[in-house]
Ligand binder design. Structure first.
Ligand SMILES: C[S@@+](CC[C@H](N)C(=O)[O-])C[C@H]1O[C@@H](n2cnc3c(N)ncnc32)[C@H](O)[C@@H]1O
Length: 229
């Protein structure tokens, strides 16, 4: 299943993303990191190899099992990003490539679902700890995806797609995907409402994380924020 997942193009830039995050979050060996919505643990493996004490969390039990049994094993708990079963203070938290945050929209979803997720992420940070969350760009969605097979809800800011998800054998399975798009302004407001100090919002792509001012050309924004001391 991990091999199947790692065939997706968005998983190809893991080392670049982690090198960037180690610098941006000030991560050092021995620090404690939570990867929320970790999937099969590509970032966990890369941070663990760098000596960072990383824990994973994902809704999918199969992904958590892969993390715990991988070449670079790490603990991973089955949980929802909106109800994180930790109380201790992590030095940093990441949630990347729609690791829960940004996947909480869709029919009947409360408008504050992503705020709830951000509040949970903030609650497990130690004072002074940092968070990095990637979020799909609303600008990019409207420019390049609305009308191209996507069903864009302009009121909710959510793109609905029927997409193919590969099973363990690599066979395509049809699934619904609701991806919420964000503007930098929304991310700043959400982070402030979650009690975080925003340090930056950058325009990024999978495998091309950079300190790039927000624009309308890149698919994702990366929010970097800090819990006040
Ligand atoms: C696109 S994958 C990204 C995984 C990983 N962060 C990466 O970059 O490879 C999204 C992950 O978020 C998980 N997920 C979706 N909704 C979630 C939720 N509410 N709470 C926790 N995890 C969630 C999915 O199970 C999936 O593993």
């Amino acid at each position: 299943m991990q091999d199947t997942y790692l065939r997706y193009s968005f998983t190809k830039g893991t080392e670049q993303e982690v090198d960037f995050l180690v610098d941006a979050l000030g991560l050092e060996p021995g620090m404690r990191l939570l990867d929320a919505g970790c999937g099969p643990g590509r970032h966990i493996a890369a941070t663990t190899r760098r000596g960072i004490d990383t824990v994973g969390l994902d809704l999918a039990e199969s992904f958590c099992r892969i993390v715990a049994a991988g070449d670079t094993p790490a603990p991973a708990v089955v949980a929802d990003i909106r109800q994180i079963p930790f109380t201790d203070g992590f030095d940093a938290v990441i949630s990347l490539c729609q690791g829960g945050f940004g996947l909480l929209g869709g029919p009947g979803a409360p408008i504050d679902a992503d705020l709830q997720a951000l509040r949970e992420l903030a609650s497990v940070l130690r004072p002074g700890g940092r968070l990095a969350v990637s979020a799909f760009s609303a600008y990019f969605q409207v420019r390049f995806q609305a009308g191209e097979g996507g069903d864009f809800d302009a009121d909710a800011g959510v793109m609905h797609e029927r997409t193919a998800v590969k099973d363990a054998a690599g066979t395509d399975l049809e699934a619904d995907l609701w991806t919420t798009g964000f503007t930098p302004r929304e991310l700043r407001l959400l982070a402030a409402a979650a009690g975080l100090e925003v340090e930056a919002v950058w325009s990024v792509e999978p495998g091309d994380y950079a300190r790039r001012a927000p624009d309308i050309d890149h698919a994702e924004f990366l929010l970097l924020a800090r819990k006040p001391t």
